[in-house]
Design a protein around this ligand. Structure first.
Ligand SMILES: Nc1ncnc2c1ncn2[C@@H]1O[C@H](COP(=O)(O)OP(=O)(O)O)[C@@H](O)[C@H]1O
Ligand SMILES: [Mg+2]
Length: 198
């Protein structure tokens, strides 16, 4: 497999959650603006917040746990609206009201930073691929130990808290897929969806 093929396989980018948006008064009339393998994102319409329907327990822990990673590179979660249904996968759907983020525009500082993080993390995954289920967590740990040279202290802190979170919750990092990194309006790079459960 070539590099691009290996990345696509590891990033699992092309599967989408098949479920319809669950019926819920808070979701009536809202426009769907994003969908991944485990989540559906609806625009709240105020330019500030989205309603995110998450089925992955990893995402639910990340957005709501008391000891979740916080700081400038993690999304701000406003309200946990609780369980609003069940996905066909069997997992409950949790509704989380959180900050609206935007795709990373090419040519920006955030795009360069995201690329350097993804590239370094990918190299780690290739190096530790024989560790199977532990590959991603070890690759992320090594990224915290030898980060890209130009990394800011706040991003290094974010990588360390993400690494600690993946260890304590035994979830997998999911930062190979560039769609899991987004930006805030001011251009700050945010790990919008950095974990999954294998
Ligand atoms: N906070 C957000 N604001 C706006 N769009 C978002 C937000 N979070 C995710 N999205 C969009 O929704 C898509 C799916 O979200 P993601 O969290 O990656 O779901 P999954 O857990 O299914 O991978 C993303 O690729 C992105 O385009
Ligand atoms: Mg995703």
């Amino acid at each position: 497999m070539d590099d691009a093929g290996a990345r696509t396989a590891l990033a699992r980018a092309d599967i989408l959650l098949p479920d319809p948006v669950p019926q819920h008064p808070l979701l009536d009339g809202l426009r769907e603006i994003g969908r991944g393998e485990y989540s559906i994102v609806l625009d709240k319409g105020d330019g500030e917040r989205v309603m995110k329907i998450v089925s992955s327990p990893a995402d639910y822990f990340l957005y709501t746990a008391d000891d979740r990673p916080r700081g400038p590179h993690f999304p701000i979660v406003h309200v946990d609206h609780g369980v609003i249904g069940r996905a066909c996968s069997g997992y409950p759907f949790h509704l989380v009201e959180m900050e609206h983020l935007w795709p990373i525009a090419s040519g920006t500082e955030a795009a360069r930073l995201a690329k350097s993080l993804i590239d370094s993390y990918f190299q780690g995954c290739q190096q530790w691929i024989r560790l199977g289920a532990n590959m991603g967590r070890i690759a992320l740990y090594h990224l915290t130990q030898s980060p890209p040279a130009s990394i800011q202290p706040s991003m290094l802190d974010a990588l360390k808290s993400l690494s600690d979170f993946t260890e304590s919750y035994q979830v997998q990092p999911d930062i190979l897929n560039p769609e899991n990194l987004m930006v805030r309006r001011d251009g700050t790079l945010v790990f919008s969806d950095p974990v999954f459960i294998a």
